[in-house]
Write a protein that binds this ligand. Sequence first.
Ligand code: ADP
Ligand code: MN
Ligand code: MN
Ligand code: MN
Length: 354
Amino acid sequence: MKKTSIIAEYIWMDNVKPTAKLRSKSKIIPGPIKRVADIPLWSFDGSSTNQAEGNFSDCLLHPVYFVSDPVRGNSDILVMCEVLNSDGTSHPTNTRAVLKKVATKYQKQEPWFGFEQEYTLYCKNRPLGWPEYGFPHPQGRYYCGIGIDEVYGRPVTEDHLQSCLKAGIAVYGVNAEVMPSQWEFQLGPLPPLELADQLWLARWLLYRLGENHNVYAKLDPKPMPGDWNGAGGHTNFSTKAMRAKGGLKVIETACKKLGKFHKQHIAIYGADNDKRLIGQHETCSIHQFRYGVSDRGASIRIPAMTAHAKRGYLEDRRPAANADPYQVLTALLETTCGQGFDPKKYNWEPQVEI
Ligand code: ADP
Ligand code: MN
Ligand code: MN
Ligand code: MN
C-alpha cells in the first residue's frame, strides 16, 4: 500500500474529580497503520488536565489500542492511550495498566464482558426534547419507543451506531430507555481489555458526534431527581467455566463471593451512584446485596436464559453509567477469579462512601 500521512486522534482519560473524562488531540503521522506498535509516543500538558504540576508538566501518551476513525474516514484512526509520567512509568490515573495486569493473570479462565452503556442526551441545560417549563409525560411509554412523540435523539443514536460499526467496535445492540431522551448501547461480549478500550472509544464517538448534532451526552447516574430512571452501566460477565456445562453452579459461587466484597466494589462503581441505587427504578438499594434469577431489583441478575440453560453469564447491575470500565472489570476479575478486590491496593479513591 502507498505510504501517506494520516490523522491519528490520540484519546486519553484526564484526572477531573470525581469522574475522569476524555481528552483528545490530533497528530499527523505516516500511515497507513497496521499495528499499534507503529503509532508514535506523544506528550501533552498534564498541568491542564490535573495530571501534573505546571513546573514539571509533560505527560506521555502511550498508544495501546486503535480503530479506524469513522468520522474522518480515509485511513485515519482513533487511538486509545495510556498516560505515563515523563520518565515512562505508569501515571497514578492509569487504571488501564492495572486491568492489563489483572486480565493477564486470569487469562486462562477466558473471561468475557458485555457492557450496557446508558446515557442521557442534553440540549442546553435540559434533557433533549424536554419542555422548557414543567415535565414530559410520566415514564411508561418511552422504553423502546418509536416516533418523535415517544423518543428524542434517534438521529444521534443512529449516527453513533453506524459509526461504531464502521470503526469495528463490537456493538451488541441499541435501545431507547425508560426516561425520555435516555438511550443505551451495548458492547461485547469481549475479553476485558478489548471491551474496556472499545467502550472508552465508543464514549468518545458519542461526544464527538454530539457536536455535529448540537447535543451532548451525559453519563450522570441520576440526571433527573424524582420519578425518573437513573443511568446504569450494567456489566455482564462470564468465564469459560460459567459458559460450560454445570456453569450455573460456578455463577452462584461467584454471586456469593461478590456479596462479600460489595462495599469494595461500590467504592469504584461511579460517583453519585448512591443517588441511583435507591431500591426503586429497577435498582437494589446501595446498602443491600442480593442476587436472583431474572430479578431487575437485585444487585446481580442471573438472566432467565442462563438459569434455563444452567450455564451462561451474570449481570452486575450496580455499576453506574459514569463508571470507569478499567476499574469495574478489575474488581469483577479479582473477586470472582481471584481472592477478592480492594481499591486500596491500587490507591483508588472511593467515589461513593457507604
Ligand atoms: P438486558 O436484558 O440486561 O437489558 P442487554 O440485551 O441490553 O441486556 O445486554 C446484554 C449484554 O450481555 C450485552 O452487553 C452482551 O455483550 C452481554 N453478553 C451476552 N452474552 C454474554 C456472555 N456469555 N458473557 C458476558 N457477557 C455477555
Ligand atoms: Mn440493556
Ligand atoms: Mn438499560
Ligand atoms: Mn441490563
